[in-house]
Design a protein around this ligand. Sequence first.
Ligand SMILES: *Cc1c(COP(=O)(O)O)cnc(C)c1O
Length: 318
Amino acid sequence: MIGLTEVQQARERIAGIINETPILHSGQLSSISGNQVFLKGEHVQKTGAFKIRGATNKVKQVVKDGETYVTAASSGNHGQAVAYIANKLGIPATIVIPVGATLSKVNAIRAYHAQIETCGTTSEERLPRAMELAKLKNGVYIPPYDDPFIIAGQGTVGLEIIEQVQDVDVVVVPIGGGGLISGVLTAIKETNPSVKVIGVEPEVANDTYLSLERGEITSVEATATIADGLRTSQPGNVTFPIVQKYLDELVLVSEEEIRSAMFFVMERMKQVIEPSSAVAVAAVMYGKIRAQNKKVVCVVSGGNVDVGKLGDVFKDLK
Ligand SMILES: *Cc1c(COP(=O)(O)O)cnc(C)c1O
């Protein structure tokens, strides 16, 4: 299991490539929830999501180990991150994406000069293909979350939060495969265990919730949650034990709550965020977090949306 030292090493390794992202205060979210609410703005991170942190830590490591080609299987943000850092380090990358991936994400992958291959609609189809490509061309497959270097990289979000928000009480984090939250948990709990860390999943993608309840990794059917970064069907072998060890609480939000939190942040705070990050805001907005008069930080994990399709996203929103 990784520890604080690995997260600190990741921070040094990725410095100069990633942005230290801003903290935004929301007066309105604060008064709605009875807390002081802040957003950690990974939507303005390089490549538009926190994924560049883990990808940079991992790809830099494999290049140091002599590797010269990387692959990834991703519906978007992880693929974008791997493409960006491979290009930056001057090695080729192939990103295997699903049919119908978010257009803005695909265009970005292309802009970073990675090869794109389309394969199926589920990660069960994409993943073996990305691994096979890596094997065929003597390269290495870069996993999206279930890897110590990826987790350590994502954990740097936690280190920044502790420095940027003095006396933070609660940190609220979206959960997909669990890379982000395991990194943040490691960084925060091993620095100050009294800070509460709360995870959030969509009701329809509650695999980590069920896994915690049953005490073992449990998978759910692939879902169509609007939060496309959280569609993973089960927590990872590396991430789950960390979540089990440290997580204080996991709350669920509905699709309607996700859309309306995203709308709120865009309209009121003028920030373009994607549905996967809106889950953390939704948890605070809809009173799922039991906290009063506390300093609460929601990790806004990314901002990659098809802006042209926002009208559809918000259609019928009450
Ligand atoms: C990948 C992703 C998540 C989930 O991260 P995990 O490490 O898979 O839990 C959340 N939000 C966004 C924007 C993402 O791209």
